[in-house]
Design a protein around this ligand. Structure first.
Ligand code: MN
Length: 501
């Protein structure tokens, strides 16, 4: 699967079909064809700012959705996403023709589209996030369609007036990029960030792009030799791999990384990296071992994001080695599923649903089989929890949203090895409530990596935390409200105290 490239060619229904990583069923094609007919007729006579027929935008949105492996219904909804807002055809007609499911997705998009700037910039941002969040809670596909829609709008931003370009690029960087990141859709996040960067900071954009291109042309012959050498190495040692390829760092990420190193490009080792895709988790570690035995690793550059995933769920092994011909090279090792999830995030769920039907099951990591509580379910559950905790108080709702949704998350462990995900700066009390409300309510202390720690201690990534409880305790300390970070803990503390009163 891959994100369709930016293209100025005239799109057709065929372009959309071709974008699918797995060819759609004849039933799926029929739904898409019907949606296209409706969109074509409804938008007849309308044009985009570039002068092309409006339906080209609908096709481009659908093509992006197909490219990241979304299901036929979502692709059809992508074709229809601007129909109720911009044409005579109503949502009721769409519902009659395509059913409730599709109509609701489009209704969600229409609602998201009605955001108008009111109040100061900060209010606007929060309101945007709130709406995105609510739409997500209803059907996460709505937000994925919105991201595809925005990506095509960004790709055709050149046709708008400079003032509008700035506003839309800014909104994209502030709202859509973090949301794509939170959903783990790396491909869309990178494409949105690159396009927004181009308008917001053209000078640095061009500079960074030049660095990337120069590095690519300088290294491409070497990279080819290095890939061959590593393929032979793994084959000789009988480690199976699905694919080995090179990748260039996305422009905006590269810019941020160079900045982090005070502008010193030479300290950025992963402008170009080698990706090793293997069939299962065991092979990841095997491949790492073999690579380290052949190429000397650099100290402090080995990262095990499989045991300790990144805040957005990203998993891989990373290492930097003195590679073939003694050149410094970053190598990323991951399973096919980790790879798909890194590029597609939550969208990978639909792709895997599709693969299951096509008996691509063998492709899946066997150790992950039981984890099939699937990303979507995990998300839906988390969103429901938030909504429940946040209740109807809009201020608290926004406050909770800021903390839980947008901050990066850290991972800590219970002594049994269960992973607890928390926002940055969360405390031991947040950890306790994340395990269970009763654990939170009766917490009196904690051992962090074996050492006693107070309840207001900030949790760090990778710590093992044991909560000490006292069953005789009936209500949590209201002082905790002064330092807890998650709305889940806040809500639980307030509820329990009310109950006791
Ligand atoms: Mn649109």
């Amino acid at each position: 699967m891959s994100l369709p490239k930016n293209s100025h060619e005239i799109r057709t229904l065929e372009t959309v079909y071709r974008a699918f990583p797995i060819a759609p069923s004849s039933k799926g094609r029929k739904i898409i064809a019907r949606a296209f007919e409706m969109a074509r007729i409804a938008h007849d006579g309308q044009t985009r700012a570039s002068g092309v027929p409006y339906v080209q935008h609908c096709l481009a949105t659908a093509e992006i959705l197909a490219g990241i492996g979304m299901d036929a219904r979502t692709v059809a909804a992508g074709l229809l996403h601007d129909v109720p807002e911009d044409t005579e055809v109503t949502l009721e007609t769409i519902q009659k023709e395509f059913g409730r499911d599709t109509a609701r997705m489009i209704e969600g998009i229409t609602k998201l589209g009605k955001m108008k700037l009111r109040g100061d910039a900060e209010d606007f941002k929060l309101e945007n996030w709130r709406r995105m969040f609510l739409a997500m809670g209803e059907d996460i596909r709505t937000v994925i369609i919105k991201l595809a829609d925005r990506l095509h709008n960004m790709r055709t931003l050149e046709h708008l007036k400079p003032e509008k370009q700035q506003r839309i690029a800014n909104e994209t960087m502030e709202i859509y990029v973090p949301i794509a990141n939170r959903l783990g859709i790396g491909e869309i996040r990178a494409a949105l960030a690159e396009n927004a960067f181009k308008y917001l900071d053209p000078e640095n954009y061009q500079k960074t792009k030049k660095i990337s291109q120069e590095m690519l042309s300088k290294k491409s012959a070497y990279l080819k030799r290095a890939l061959e050498e590593m393929k032979t190495l793994l084959k000789d040692k009988h480690v199976k791999y699905v694919d080995i390829h090179g990748r260039a760092k996305a422009i905006h990420s590269l810019f941020l990384k160079i900045q982090k190193h005070d502008g010193d490009v030479n300290r950025v080792y992963d402008i170009i990296a080698v990706r090793v895709i293997v069939p299962d988790v065991t092979s990841c570690y095997e491949a790492l071992g073999i690579i380290h035995r052949r190429y000397r690793p650099m100290v402090g550059r080995i990262k095990d994001y499989i045991s300790l995933p990144k805040p957005n769920g990203y998993q891989s092994l990373h290492t930097t080695v003195f590679g073939p011909e003694g050149q410094i090279l970053e190598i990323q090792i991951r399973t096919q599923q980790m790879h798909d999830e890194a590029e597609l995030g939550i969208a990978a769920h639909w792709l895997y649903e599709e693969r299951k039907h096509k008996s691509w099951r063998a492709y899946l990591d066997p150790r992950k089989k039981n984890d099939d509580i699937s990303l979507e379910v995990k998300w839906a559950r988390q969103l429901r929890e938030w909504q429940k905790d946040l209740g109807n108080n809009p201020d608290e709702f926004l406050e909770g949203l800021k903390v839980d949704f947008l901050k990066n998350h850290i991972f800590a462990f219970t002594p049994k090895g269960d992973v607890i995900e928390l926002p940055e700066d969360a405390t031991i009390v947040d950890f306790a409530y994340a395990i269970h409300t009763d654990v939170g309510n009766t917490a009196v202390g904690a051992r962090v990596d074996g050492k006693m720690a107070s309840l207001d201690t900030i949790v760090r990534n990778g710590q093992i935390i044991e909560i000490v409880t006292d069953k005789n305790r009936t209500k949590p300390n209201t002082n905790w409200l002064g330092f807890v970070k998650t709305s889940h803990a806040k809500g639980a503390i307030k509820r329990q105290n009310k109950k006791e009163e």
